[in-house]
Design a protein around this ligand. Structure first.
Ligand code: GDP
Length: 444
């Protein structure tokens, strides 16, 4: 979970509002103190915290707010100022399908640049962009192999060279080839060898002149905390059109400091890295970020995901209205959830489910379990998929065949049928002539 400590400290402070009957100046000050301490512990710059406290105080003039509206007013003022604290006030570049969009990635070694290149490629590929990678890091031994391995695993086409030592030549050649092949998104990974920002930016400018990127993205490691401000400012000055991705937000307490520091320089934060897996990349939006941090969910983000992945539940809804729920409905629903990303991330977008997201265990485990279930569906016949599952439960030979075909166990198949039974019973209660849905419609 991203910034779990900061999130729970802020949530604790704000939840004091619901416990009190009287909201007076002393009470407001005590909440403000806790909010500010939580931000300082996450390495947010003192000046930014002082500014936040001043703005919240200015918004809450208790003399003008009746007692019954005070809780809401305090909550809103704190929420709005937290959003403003991480708001970069500028939008990153939006690539368009049907033309070649070149994205160049830069960053110091170890910042997570190569990992993020593949994550970003996966992010765009899942949204229907034809995406390819170019490895222009000719300095670090093994850099091309690392990118190749990541890209192959994610089934992303790539270009690189074992013999050419000039990164500018490789970058140019790679971009030209992928452009010719009609790629929508071409992501260029550059060398991160320099510990000196100036040298890093010089190489960035040389490659940039050769491949003319539509966007240059700088990768920053969350652990640098508020030092992100100077890096972000230097980057903004040397790149015409840049955005930032802050990585390792899952593991570092200083992440709040890094985000607010970059936001203060008005450099767009395009994404945040939230883990080591390919799906651990989240589009950054200030309001959604604070909502999730405070356990309030992110329904806008969820609807956006549903639209992005063309999630279509029409057939299942028609079935439920009739009081039916087939194994195929269950499979389609599970596939849809998997399309949207790891389960813990989807759960975190639903208000009140943040806690569940934390309990789901590592995304790798959950994804693996979901995939096994999909293998079970793959071993069923069309007729079995269109059934409610009873036919399987009554014929052990079918269960054995499916377990064998899917490489799972008989228990796994029975567990799945148990789940199916619960869903089918629920559909029966909701649908049909006497079902809940019908009665609700009649009552309208
Ligand atoms: P590069 O030298 O900048 O290309 O860095 P790498 O891409 O090789 O990443 C360095 C290390 O950081 C690797 O172990 C990655 O798995 C890890 N890493 C990258 N991004 C994240 C992230 O968002 N979260 C976590 N926990 N680890 C990350």
């Amino acid at each position: 979970m991203v910034l779990a400590d900061l999130g729970s400290r802020l949530t604790d402070a704000i939840s004091n509002l619901s416990k009190t009957n009287v909201v007076d100046q002393e009470f407001v000050e005590s909440i403000l103190k806790e909010v500010c301490n939580a931000l300082l512990a996450s390495d947010v710059n003192v000046q930014l915290v002082v500014g936040l406290r001043k703005n919240i105080r200015a918004k809450i003039n208790l003399a003008e707010i009746p007692q019954h509206s005070r809780k809401r007013a305090v909550h809103k003022a704190i929420f709005d100022e937290l959003v403003a604290l991480v708001d970069c006030k500028s939008e990153p570049f939006q690539p368009k399908k049907g033309k070649s969009n070149v994205i160049m990635m830069v960053g110091l070694q170890g910042s997570g640049k190569t990992t993020t290149c593949t994550k970003l490629a996966v992010w765009y590929q899942r949204r229907g962009f034809k995406t390819g990678l170019v490895c222009a890091d000719t300095f670090r031994a093994g850099a091309f192999d690392q990118l190749k391995q990541n890209a192959s695993k994610a089934q992303i086409p790539y270009y690189g060279s074992y013999t050419e030592t000039d990164p500018v030549v490789v970058a140019k050649e790679g971009v030209q080839r992928l452009k010719k092949a009609g790629f929508d998104i071409i992501i260029v990974d550059t060398s991160g060898r320099h510990q000196q920002e100036r040298e890093l930016f010089t190489e960035m400018q040389q490659i940039s002149a050769a491949v003319k990127p539509h966007q240059t993205i700088m990768i920053l490691d969350a652990s640098i905390g508020q030092a992100a401000e100077s890096q972000s400012t230097a980057f903004k000055e040397s790149s015409d059109f840049g955005a930032i991705i802050i990585t390792k937000m899952d593991g570092h307490a200083k992440g709040g400091g890094a985000i607010s520091a970059v936001a203060a320089t008005n450099t767009p934060i395009a994404f945040i890295g939230t883990g080591e897996h390919n799906y651990d990349l989240e589009k950054f939006a200030p309001k959604s970020f604070i909502q999730k941090l405070l356990g309030m969910g992110d329904m806008e983000g969820l609807f956006d995901q549903i639209q992005t992945f063309n999630i279509d539940q029409k057939e299942t809804m028609k079935h439920i209205q009739k009081g039916i729920f087939t194994l195929r409905d269950l499979r389609d629903n599970m596939t849809n959830i998997m399309k949207m990303g790891p389960l813990s991330k989807v759960a975190g977008m639903i208000p009140g489910m943040g806690q569940l997201a934390n309990q789901l265990g590592s995304d790798g485990d959950t994804d693996y379990r979901m995939k096994r279930v999909l293998y079970i569906f793959d071993s069923m016949t069309e007729a079995e998929l269109d059934s409610d599952g009873k036919i399987l439960a009554s014929e052990p030979s079918r269960i054995m065949r499916i377990a064998k075909g899917s490489g799972t166990s008989v228990k796994d198949v029975y567990d799945l049928l148990e789940q199916q039974k619960i869903m089918a019973n629920m559909a029966k209660k909701m649908g049909g002539k006497n079902g809940m849905l019908n009665r609700m419609q009649q009552a309208k």
